[in-house]
Design a binder for this molecule. Structure first.
Ligand code: HT7
Ligand code: ZN
Length: 864
């Protein structure tokens, strides 16, 4: 397969003035007529170039230029598209018309135009549009679109596309049509079409300048009572973008459609966002607090793309972080503002470490802006998204809030309607703030997680903090240069009071010393406050200092981090044959009882590191991970806390009970999170009272958060109360696939010896429609990444099960297969026995003769 390289980028030879598309929808044979006004790109010099159009799996019906039919022999076709030779082009501007036929019903890849439960829908990012018609399918070709959709009125009463609505009407033979016009030039990846039986949850929004916008959330009949939260989140997002960034919406309508078969979370198509139904539909009985929060943040993310992604898009797919990193950063800030900033920061860092650090430390490591790829769909990664967002956050830290806002204002003003690069974005920061950011730019080009180490010196009045940075080699990048690292640091006095408030130290060299003078006593440093840079901080601390920071740091992130470091240190000691000090549970007990602390924060502070995180910690210290030892250490720690804090946990759980009707707001969700954390620890101590409490909670719950939390602790403990409740759950929700996904996941993540066999049995259950990505991820995906005991079973049954299913899904849906295959990326972290078993499965997958380009690229890179 061909490698695509950033260095090979060339501007498009032909630009587009105007696109007109006519769709005649039919499941097995949809006709697409495209009328495209091309104009030669003035930037491209030399003789008139050929017209190259991308196209995949299209049946060519006919084409003309300026109305003159083209002889098919005049075109050269290949598997990736067609070329019209320059000699067949009449001049520097002309109109290309082409008719193609496509087969949405057999399109199981869920890319291009496909059918999801009898609903036509599209997914065009990154390169799906070429499966609809021949087109220069690249983001730097932008055009206004007019679309006419024709279909059978009874089967497809609702016909939607991007932009504002135009004419509609009936047609002979029970057919009807609708037209849509999107005046904003856009790349083809933002094109969308939906047709089906849908109902709208409607509302309105008045923008800051008085524009009236009609809002619609489209769902299947029967789901209309589950859209209110998504709509509310949309309105709050629209207001937030006006307030925080001065960005208004720019069409008469904004629509969201919920689709059941979808490869990712959602898609920001201009004016017509398409969502995985999992991230739209919510009711207290069916969705958890975490689901509500996720819906809110995804609705916001896709809406924010309207400016960061759509109005200003990417020049090429190497610049993906330009829209994704920036938009993730924007949605993180939105959630922080709407809920709790510290809790959101901790959640985001947990995710960053779990996904991005893992990626950065393994064979799939790549820069935030990659320099080459085989399959672009494989580069929608945690590095591009989450580390991309961290880079924007660091920029804001370095230039300050005002500088950041000025730079973004300039970016919107200078580049509206353009397809941009990271360099153009950076230039806006330099021009708006006067700062030279050339060294900082390494964050976009250099892969790997920097390791930050520190040493301290105290001379009786001056405290010197020496920081060192070093980034380990990553595939294709053996040597690394120092990065500009903002290290937010505060100093705490021996009494716990803040001695020196937070200051951003700019580490630019491999080693640098920072002096703090005139101090009355030796301070305890709180380093990397708010997790001011995506680095690993290596710091030797004793338990007493960890407990001190856990008790006193005014920075909530570092307070949480101190607790996390404490737990990691104890787990490592246990793995090495040590014991659990009583001081640990005492320190957590004090934190637990501190009602001045947000319950959501306390819930996070009571959580132990995950097994995958511990494997990473073992490897960072030069060892190889033994999944059994890690599991046993964490189990013992939970049981210890459950025993030592038993009464306090039960009391706190009772105090956190939320009364009144369910509300997904952050306050109520935080109380439930803390109560359920207490319940999980109580169950870890395995007392009859704890079992009774979990059973009673399941039986009496009026919301999914409490019900599924109780079910999970029972199932994961293989408790006698689990089976009847699993059965009751199944019976109650057998009509709702999104809820059954939870039923599958709860079982798939149970850390039991025979987990692989249990999951294998579940693959035969009617709830497991394996071709649906949500179902596949709920069972196979969550087993692979959420069940270390099952996946890493010493006999290899877990690895085998996952590999079998990847091989089965690959010909049907390569994108989802490649994504789930990432579960094998950590194979080199494990002890030799596990390594050999994982490697054998990877080799078995790689040997499959017709493996997709997506999965082949991932598996071969993992094997190295
Ligand atoms: N920009 C989108 C990324 C995306 C995608 C979404 C759904 C299905 C397939 C997809 N391929 C790429 C989503 C986002 O980041 O907002
Ligand atoms: Zn995005």
């Amino acid at each position: 397969d061909r490698k695509i390289r950033l260095a090979d980028y060339r501007p498009p030879a032909w630009m587009i003035e105007q696109v007109r598309l006519d769709f005649d929808l039919a499941p097995r044979a949809t006709r697409v007529r495209a009328r495209i006004a091309f104009r030669r790109n003035s930037q491209a010099e030399g003789a008139r170039p050929d017209l190259r159009l991308d196209g995949r799996r299209l049946t060519f019906v006919g084409a003309s230029i300026d109305g003159a039919p083209l002889d098919q022999q005049a075109l050269s076709f290949d598997a990736e598209g067609l070329t019209v030779p320059a000699a067949a082009l009449p001049g520097d501007s002309f109109t290309w018309e082409c008719e193609t036929e496509i087969d949405p019903e057999t399109n199981t890849e869920l890319e291009g135009l496909y059918l999801s439960r009898n609903m036509f829908c599209t997914q065009c990012e990154a390169e799906g549009f070429r499966k609809i018609t021949y087109y220069p399918d690249r983001p730097d070709v932008m055009a206004p679109f007019t679309v006419r959709i024709e279909a059978a009125a009874a089967d497809y009463p609702v016909l939607l596309s991007n932009g504002n609505p135009g004419a509609t009407g009936g047609l002979p033979g029970g057919r009807h049509f609708a037209e849509w016009h999107d005046p904003h030039p856009k790349p083809a990846y933002l094109f969308a079409l939906v047709a089906g039986e849908l109902v709208a949850h409607e509302d309105r929004f008045t923008t800051a300048s008085g524009r009236e916008v009609e809002l619609r959330v489209w769902v299947r009949p029967g789901d209309e009572d589950k859209c209110a939260y998504a709509m509310d989140a949309l309105k709050r997002s629209m207001r937030w973008d006006e307030t925080a960034y001065g960005r208004e919406y720019d069409l008469d309508v904004f629509q969201i459609v919920a689709v059941d078969d979808f490869n990712m979370g959602a898609m920001e198509n201009k004016g017509l966002n398409i969502f995985n139904s999992k991230y739209v539909l919510a009711s207290p009985e069916t969705a958890t607090d975490a689901d509500y929060e996720r819906i809110e943040s995804i609705v916001a993310h896709e809406y924010f793309h309207n400016w960061t992604g759509n109005r200003i898009t990417c020049r090429d797919w190497f610049q993906l972080c330009l829209k994704e990193g920036l938009t993730v950063f924007r949605d993180q800030c939105f959630t922080g503002d709407e809920r709790s900033e510290p809790v959101k920061r901790i959640d985001d860092v947990k995710l960053l470490r779990a996904r991005q650090f893992r990626e950065d430390q393994g064979p799939l490591a790549h820069p935030v802006r990659p320099e080459e790829y085989i399959e672009i769909n494989n580069f929608y990664t945690a590095t591009v998204y989450e580390k991309g967002a961290e880079v924007i956050r660091m920029l804001r830290t370095l230039v300050g809030e005002d500088g950041y806002r000025k730079a973004l204002d300039l970016y919107f003003e200078r580049h509206d309607g353009e397809a941009c690069t990271i360099e153009q974005f950076r230039q806006c920061f330099e021009d708006a703030t006067g700062r030279d950011l050339s060294d900082f730019a390494r964050w976009w080009s250099q892969a790997g997680t920097p390791r930050l180490s520190m040493s301290e010196d105290w001379d009786g009045g001056t405290y010197t903090l020496t920081l060192r940075q070093q980034t380990p080699p990553t595939p294709g990048q053996d040597s690394k240069a120092p990065l500009v690292i903002p290290v937010a640091t505060g100093l705490i006095g021996p009494d716990g009071a803040e001695l020196v408030p937070t200051r951003v130290l700019e580490l630019r060299e491999a080693e640098q010393a920072f002096r703090f003078e005139g101090l009355p006593a030796r301070p305890v440093a709180s380093v990397l406050r708010g997790f001011s840079a995506p680095v690993t901080l290596e710091r030797q601390l004793d338990d007493a200092t960890r407990a001190f920071l856990l008790a006193h740091d005014i920075d909530p992130f570092n307070r949480w981090q101190a607790g996390r470091d404490y737990a990691v240190a104890i787990a490592l000691r246990l793995i090495a044959g040590g014991t659990i000090p009583n001081a640990w549970a005492e320190a957590l007990g004090r934190l637990l009882a501190d009602d001045s602390l947000d319950p959501a924060f306390r819930a996070l502070a009571l959580e132990l590191p995950g097994e995958d995180e511990m494997a990473g910690e073992v490897v960072t210290r030069g060892g190889l991970a033994d999944p059994d030892a890690i599991h046993e250490a964490l189990r013992a720690m939970r049981a210890h806390l459950g025993g030592a804090l038993g009464e306090a946990l039960a009391t706190l759980r009772a105090r956190m009970a939320v009364t009144g009707p369910y509300s997904p707001d952050a306050g109520a969700a935080g109380r439930r999170a803390l109560a359920n954390r207490c319940l999980a620890l109580m169950l870890a101590a395995d007392t009859p009272e704890a079992h009774r409490a979990a059973e009673a909670q399941f039986d009496a719950a009026d919301n999914m958060t409490d019900r599924i939390a109780a079910l999970a602790v029972l199932v994961h403990a293989d408790a006698p109360g689990a089976t009847p409740r699993l059965d009751a759950f199944l019976k109650a929700w057998e009509h709702d696939p999104l809820v059954l996904d939870k039923w599958l996941t709860v079982q798939a993540t149970a850390p039991l010896k025979d987990a692989a066999a249990r999951v294998e049995a579940l693959t035969g259950h009617s709830a497991f429609e394996w071709k649906n990505p949500n179902r596949f991820r709920a069972l196979i995906g969550s087993f692979a990444v959420g069940n270390a005991v099952g996946f890493h079973a010493a006999d290899g049954a877990g690895y085998r099960l996952v590999a079998d299913w990847l091989l089965r899904l690959d010909p049907v849906n390569p994108q989802t297969t490649a994504r789930v295959a990432g579960c094998f990326e950590t194979w080199r972290r494990y002890e030799p026995g596990r390594q050999a078993l994982m490697r054998a499965e990877l080799e078995r997958i790689a040997a499959a003769p017709a493996l997709s380009r997506n999965t082949r690229e991932i598996v071969e890179r993992i094997l190295g």
